[in-house]
Design a protein around this ligand. Structure first.
Ligand SMILES: [Zn+2]
Length: 176
């Protein structure tokens, strides 16, 4: 028998993940990630039959066809499955304004659930670019040892995780 990675049989590994696997909806027009959800066998079967992105709502414990109440269906053009068949990608064409239940300033459904990005803090252990060095000259070595780290201590440590509270978000251009 061929391995999951080699076979041309569709064998989604629901049991491996407790009955559900992640399903990502991606816009076929530009590759934008629209939303992520979970599918069980029933939701995936529904998606195959209706050619519309369907998920299993873990909060309501029910089948959920995206757009069934709003009309903002995500029409499936193809479905990808990953190497070990425990995740799928719905490649979709949005039938309505967007995929998200939130609305933009114009009152339309946002195209994607991923309308905010994390403002990345400075990279730990990297010194800011030196000023005054001649253009093109090699700067100081970028990666420096963190003096606070003891041997065997992992980075990020507990204190770093706590710093997540100080991280902020910004709305992506066009998603306001
Ligand atoms: Zn959303």
């Amino acid at each position: 028998m061929k391995s999951l990675e080699d076979t041309l049989e569709f064998m989604p590994q629901f049991e491996k993940r407790g009955g559900m696997i992640p399903a990502i909806a991606q816009d076929v027009r530009d590759g934008r990630i629209l939303m992520i959800g979970s599918v069980n066998a029933q939701a995936l079967t529904t998606a195959l039959e209706t050619r519309r992105a369907a998920f299993w709502s873990t909060s309501r414990n029910t089948l959920w066809v995206k757009g069934e109440t709003s009309g903002d269906f995500l029409e499936i053009e193809e479905i990808l499955v990953d190497c070990d068949q425990d995740a799928v990608v719905y490649r979709v064409r949005p039938a309505g304004a967007g995929a998200c239940h939130t609305k933009n300033a114009a009152g339309q459904a946002r195209l994607s659930c991923f309308y905010r990005r994390v403002v990345l803090p400075p990279r730990a252990g990297v010194q800011p670019p030196s000023t005054g060095a001649p253009e093109g000259s090699p700067g100081p070595k970028a990666e420096v040892e963190d003096p606070k780290l003891q041997p065997g201590q992992d980075s990020p440590g507990r204190d770093r995780v706590a710093a997540l509270g100080a991280v902020t978000l910004e709305i992506l251009p066009g998603m306001e």
